[in-house]
Design a protein around this ligand. Structure first.
Ligand code: ADP
Ligand code: MG
Length: 250
């Protein structure tokens, strides 16, 4: 597998608070990496650095993606390179349709006018990919939370995502919705789409990860192959007791 992402020596401060201290992670194409750590350990901050919410210059260290250095000024620029982030809180416009949300700011045009037919067909195809059997003209507000989360992912797929970041995506989902989402992430791996997955639910982490990276108080504790790790192993690394066999620099 080819290396897709390298975050090298990332340090991010908020005033005097060091939220991330010299963290390095890397990811290969088609790989699923879970980011584990207690509340406030720095997981979301690291992902905000990656996706351009904190722009280049607002942190120190370097990011390389698909062979080139990322120096994004904003999230849109990062999205155009193929990195999408999905947060726990949804960002869809509830009184707009699934179709309208999917193409918001991204309309397909034909000779200067929007091509509604083509957008409809493309929307339907992508909804099928995420196993959502709904009409593209359904208002987002009429969907359940799990369905909305899948629409968020569909929107990312529409933008040709190569790395999907899911920051606690299942926090408000039912068990069934969670299962669909986990299956989707596994399915995306088959299409060489990588994922960085953040969840407190260690059973989910165990189920889908290739690698598990643990952060504590802004420090990289270690990254290990998920296979063979127990939930207890992960917790031990997260809270800092009985730490054994770490590979902090891989
Ligand atoms: P996690 O996602 O692992 O729960 P965060 O990345 O949200 O942790 O937070 C890491 C640390 O950075 C915490 O100490 C948090 O209080 C601090 N922090 C996060 N965002 C901000 C911010 N916008 N301003 C100041 N401090 C922040
Ligand atoms: Mg967080």
């Amino acid at each position: 597998m080819a290396q897709l992402l390298e975050m090298r020596n990332i340090t991010k401060k908020f005033g005097d608070v060091v939220a991330l201290n010299n963290i390095s992670i890397n990811l290969e194409a088609g790989e699923i990496l879970s980011l584990c750590g207690e509340n406030g350990s720095g997981k979301s901050t690291l992902m905000k650095v990656l996706c351009g919410i904190y722009p280049y210059g607002d942190y120190s260290g370097e990011i390389y993606f698909a062979g080139e250095q990322l120096q994004s000024k904003n999230i849109k620029e990062t999205e155009e390179k193929g990195i999408s982030i999905i947060h726990q809180e949804l960002t869809l416009v509830k009184n707009m349709t699934v179709l309208e949300n999917m193409f918001l700011g991204n309309e397909i045009t034909q000779g200067g006018v929007t091509d509604d037919n083509q957008m409809y067909l493309r929307c339907k195809t992508i909804l099928q990919q995420v196993q959502l059997d709904i009409d593209p003209n359904t208002k987002v507000g009429e969907l359940g939370l799990g369905q909305q989360q899948l629409v968020e992912i569909a929107k990312a797929l529409n933008k040709q995502v190569r790395l999907l970041i899911l920051d606690e995506p299942t926090a408000s989902l039912t068990e069934k919705e969670t299962a669909i989402l986990l299956n989707l992430v596994k399915d995306l791996r088959e299409h060489n789409i990588s994922c960085i997955y953040i969840s407190h639910k260690l059973n989910e982490v165990k189920e889908i990860s290739d690698k598990i990276c643990v952060i504590r108080d802004g420090e990289h504790i270690g990254t290990q192959a998920a296979q063979g790790m127990t939930e207890d192993d992960i917790i031990t690394m997260m809270v800092g007791r009985e730490i054994t066999s770490l590979y902090p620099h891989e």
